[in-house]
Design a protein around this ligand. Structure first.
Ligand code: IMP
Ligand code: MG
Length: 185
């Protein structure tokens, strides 16, 4: 596996900036959910680093649970794309104040499908918190309640986001130099 330095165009969001913004989000969410039954739902796998840092920035008692999804339907059907649940929640969302925690919202199809599904299970409330918002690429309309950073339409990696499943561990969000990145076999 290549070292990331060979294809890192630049660091878009460094470690300190991430830490600071996540602390702010934590304060905002803690204030908004005072006295409520907050349940964080993380969509695997990209949201994991954000989830664990966000949890530590919250001053409210809360529970966590996980979902995994995979998209199907590509090409001409892309704009009506639905996602398939590959791992469902362990806990019931009924009567809970559910906050979805995502790494990035790109076209918006993933989060739109998850919202549609969870709404049928009667949570008390259902909101969205994303670290990154690639707003120029939006196809599905998604209400975003908490957003860390709006980012340009560039492919990014690190801090949970992968390049062919690698490099999720990097402490910053970096931009890929496409002509320098070689996918693994
Ligand atoms: P959406 O359904 O198009 O909004 O896609 C969301 C998912 O695509 C995210 O949860 C990521 O897993 C992935 N994704 C979108 N953009 C990027 C990126 O720039 N880097 C890494 N993963 C991305
Ligand atoms: Mg993801």
């Amino acid at each position: 596996m290549n070292q990331y330095e060979t294809f890192l165009e630049d660091i878009l969001i460094d470690e300190n900036t991430l830490r600071q913004r996540i602390r702010e989000l934590g304060e905002e969410i803690s204030a908004d959910y005072q006295g409520k039954q907050l349940m964080l739902v993380c969509i695997l796998r990209g949201g994991v680093l954000f989830l664990t840092d966000l949890m530590r920035a919250l001053t409210l008692p809360h529970t966590i649970d996980f979902m995994a999804v995979s998209s199907y339907g590509t090409g001409a059907r892309e704009s009506s794309r639905q996602v398939r649940i590959t791992l469902d929640l362990q806990m019931s969302v009924e009567g809970r104040d559910v906050l979805l925690v995502e790494d990035i919202i790109d076209s918006g199809h993933t989060i739109a499908s998850v919202l549609e599904l969870l709404r049928t299970r009667n949570p008390s409330s259902l909101k969205v918190c994303t670290l990154l918002d690639k707003f120029e690429r939006r196809e599905a309309e998604v209400p975003i309640d908490y957003s860390g950073f709006k980012i340009p339409n560039k492919f990014v990696f690190g801090y949970g986001l992968d390049l062919d499943e690698y490099y999720r561990n990097l402490p910053f969000v970096g931009v890929v130099k496409p002509d320098k990145y070689v996918p693994p076999d």
